[in-house]
Design a protein around this ligand. Sequence first.
Ligand SMILES: N[C@@H](CCC[C@H](N)C(=O)O)C(=O)O
Length: 278
Amino acid sequence: MRLRFTKMQGLGNDFVVFDAVRQRVDLDAGFARRLADRRFGVGCDQILLVEPPRLPETDFHYRIFNADGSEVEQCGNGARCFARFVRDQGLTDKDEIPVGTAAGAIRLYLEPDGQVRVDMGAPEFTPARIPFTAETETPDATYPLEVEGRTLTIGALSMGNPHAVLIVDDVDSAQVATLGPLIEHHPDFPRRVNVGFMQILGPNAIRLRVHERGSGETLACGTGACAAVVSGRRRGRLDERVRVALPGGELVIEWRGPGHPVWMTGPAVNVFEGEIER
Ligand SMILES: N[C@@H](CCC[C@H](N)C(=O)O)C(=O)O
């Protein structure tokens, strides 16, 4: 069976996107890994499946698979690509699109300048809901984490998916390749975790690299950018509107504070269309 797909990217975080509204797509972990393989497949960080709605008051459902084949709850750059995809493929003519994910419903807005603005929902800090092993929630949502004999300070929260955020002096020399996988698989994160390394430039600007659960370091992580700004604000270091410079480009993240949704604005780009044998 031949399946049509679109290759997309948001700040270099790249996706294979399937229209599973108009074609049947049986995606299992093995096929997801083959698609994501940069030598034997198409190559991508995540695979997105666009499906008919499952939640009330949504127009679509979209599912997210990491390069290792694991299905996950949320993806920020993927959300922006999803919005561009459903418009470009003629699946909707709306500029405001409510969509369901495994983490719940989110709302996306296609802006006149081509950017996509997303209401990512409110962050979750309750340790059991991240999920993260801690006796109680701390006032600034930071925790000590023992990693190979060192005690690191991490911010822990969920943006629908789990995130740990470290503050570093210089993101270029941060130990992303070594600490990233160790924290991803730390026993205190029973469903693994995405790991952000944040350099604070000032109250309105950070630099960020993210080791993503199930995909390794990517050029950008949308939920990682939201998590970093939220954690920076909980630590009293950031203002309400922050420019986040990632290796693949820039996002603007806005968050008023606990109980409020996080807003993410950035680009979503079509790269090419293709067909692959299932
Ligand atoms: N690249 C994404 C996040 C994708 C999922 C993540 N790796 C996870 O396992 O939770 C983004 O832009 O948010």
